[in-house]
Structure formats: C-alpha cells, structure tokens
Design a protein around this ligand. Structure first.
Ligand code: COI
Length: 356
C-alpha cells in the first residue's frame, strides 16, 4: 500500500509527563488523513498532527454523520508494539459506517496506515504496565453542505494519545446507577453503531449520575426499562454462581471487542457463558440470594473494570468496594497479558508491529 508520509520537524514528546497521563489530553506527533471524494476513497496519508480547517457548513457538525473506533497499542519491548484485533475494529467501523450512510473504507488502507502510524510514533507508546497508546480512528462527513441527507465527501482521520486507566478509580471498583429518565438506544436506532451522537446523547445523564456520586450510568432497555444493556463506556458482565452472564447483542448494545474477547476466554476456561437478557431485578435477586459473585465492565478504554455498587430506584447492590474480584482479575491479567505480549496469543488477536 502506497502511504505518503510527511514527518514533523519538531516532536512534542518532551512535553508529555508519562507518569501523570490523563485520558485523551495529549496527542502524538502524527496522524492519518484520507479523503473520500468523487465517489471513492483516496490513499491514506500520514502527516504531522495539526489543526484541520473546515467551513461552518461542514456537514458532520450539523447532523452528526460521524463514527469512530477506540483501539490501543501496547509496548512489548523496544522492538515491538502490539495492536489488538485490528480486523475486528475494521469490521466494526465498517458496520457503523453502513448504519450512518458513510462509505466503507478498504481494510488494507485501514490496517496498513495504522501500523505505519504506530511505527512512526512508537516512542509515544508508554512503557508502564497498564498504560498504552490509545488510537482514535474516526470518519466524518466533511462536505460543505447542509441539506439533511448523506454527504458525498468524508474524511478518515486517526490520532493517538498516550493513556493510563480510563476511570479516575484506576483499577478500583466503579459505582453505577440506572437512569430514571433517559435511555441510550432503541431497537432500529443507532445503538449498535459506534456513532458519535450516541456518546453525545449520554453526557447529560452521565453528568447527573456523577453529580449524584456515581461513576457511570448502567443503561436499561428503552422499551420496558427492565433489562440491563451496557454501561456508559463499556459492556457489562455478571458472575452469577459459576455462570458468566452478559446482555446479548441485538441492535441496542455496542458489540464490544473486549466483550468478544472476554466471552472467548471464559469459554476456553470451561466457564458457562450466557449471552441473554438479564433484568435489573434478576441482578438484585442474585445479590439477595448470595449468588452474585462479581460484576465487571469491559471495553478498550476501560479494559476490565470492576463494579463495586449498582444503584437502582433507591436500592443498592453492594459488591466488594475495595478489591477487584478473582474472576475479573484473572480476566484482566489474561487479556492484558496477551495484549502486552506476556502470554502466548493462541487466537491470533495481536498484530505485532516491528518498530526498529
Ligand atoms: C473505547 O473503549 O475505546 C471507547 O470508545 C470508549 C470511549 C467513548 C472513551
């Protein structure tokens, strides 16, 4: 694949305090840029991270025709950086694009340009255990056009940001609350797409949850307001007895790539995994009977995040507030072990990038 590369003449890496990283605040020296025009995608270009200019009439600003991915690059050693399940991320951004009427991009262009970007900015990949270089590929309608229909010009950009844990709690249990007044997704809507607007719409309820002292919202289904779907920025798992239960996909739940990995690993360990509807009442009943052993979230940014408390209509399910449960810890160690190249990748999930 022919990728034009223009390097920066002034790296900003000395400005980064790698010991105090805040999620999504600092961005590496380079970015990918690719344009869709006249009915086709051009070639990807890698260039210095810079401001982009656009007209006030740029379509995505008005109608939110925009999708994104979240991925990470992991330091293995001075010669290798691992990417994780890149093909799945390409598949998901293609599915999200189709739903948002955005032209899909070629898999080879996506994968090769991301590998090149990582090669070029590999010094930005933090070396501390648990830290990584977060990648944010996104596509948006870039046309100067405000008719309310799909645009005909788009831009694919990928930027990267060195990160530590996503939640301020780090690896400590987070607290969740249901929302009485808001819903995230309805069947037939855009809930299973990683569409920008899905997240924008969740900020007000999330802010209210935080004001009330919780970390995030645990979303219930929009129709019956009964079944658990997902958390603000992650999928959710319940260990009930010896069974791992997670809400099934089906239009309203984001098909998480970490979720998929958790299910595959748990099955490999011989754990019974159920992808099904699970009501919030069932969670409270499992807690009351002593069967609810652990609750944790999964996501690229969140990795595996233990849940210490779930609040719903004035009642709480209280789990271990101090420690991560043994199952979630084992899952965290296994997934991050594979990602950081410490545990053999038996599934072909990692994409090692030789950086030297
Ligand atoms: C991710 O986990 O990568 C996400 O996309 C969550 C993000 C909204 C912070």
């Amino acid at each position: 694949m022919n990728i034009q590369i223009t390097k920066t003449d002034k790296s900003r890496i000395s400005e980064v305090d790698f010991d105090n990283l805040e999620f999504g605040k600092m961005f590496s020296d380079h970015m990918i840029d690719m344009e869709f025009k006249d009915g086709k995608w051009g070639a990807p270009e890698i260039k210095p991270y810079e401001k982009i200019s656009f007209h006030p009439s740029m379509h995505a600003l008005h109608y939110g025709q925009s999708v994104f991915e979240g991925m990470k690059a992991y330091y293995v050693d001075d010669e290798t950086v691992n990417l994780f399940r890149l093909d799945d991320h390409h598949e998901r951004i293609s599915n999200s694009s189709r739903r948002m009427c955005i032209p899909e991009m070629d898999k080879e262009a996506f994968i090769s340009s991301i590998k090149e970007l990582i090669k070029l900015d590999h010094k930005w990949v933090p070396k501390t255990a648990g830290h990584s270089l977060y990648l944010r590929p996104f596509v948006f309608a870039s046309q100067e056009y405000i008719a309310a229909r799909a645009a005909s010009e788009y831009r694919f950009i990928a930027i990267t940001s060195p990160v530590a844990a996503y939640y301020k709690e780090g690896f400590n249990p987070v607290s969740l609350t249901t929302s009485e007044n808001f819903v995230r997704a309805v069947k037939g809507g855009t809930g299973e797409a990683k569409a920008a607007g899905n997240y924008g719409g969740s900020f007000l309820p999330a802010q209210q949850a935080q004001e009330a002292g919780y970390t995030q919202i645990i979303w219930l289904d929009a129709k019956e307001h009964k079944y658990v779907e997902e958390v603000g920025t992650m999928n959710i798992f319940f260990l009930i007895g010896d069974t791992l239960v997670t809400p099934k996909l089906g239009g309203t739940v984001l098909p998480g790539i970490t979720r998929r990995s958790v299910i595959a690993l748990a099955k490999e360990w011989g754990v019974n995994v159920e992808e099904r509807r699970i009501s919030i009442d069932e969670v409270f009943e499992a807690d009351a009977s002593g069967d609810l052993k652990e609750v944790f979230g999964s996501g690229t940014a969140a990795v595996i995040s233990p849940v210490g408390l779930i609040h719903h209509e004035g009642k709480n399910v209280t789990l271990d507030q101090e420690n991560i449960g043994p199952f979630a810890k084992k899952m965290y160690d296994e997934i991050t072990g594979i990602q950081y190249g410490k545990i053999e990748d038996r599934h072909g999930w990692t994409y090692p990038v030789k950086v030297k």
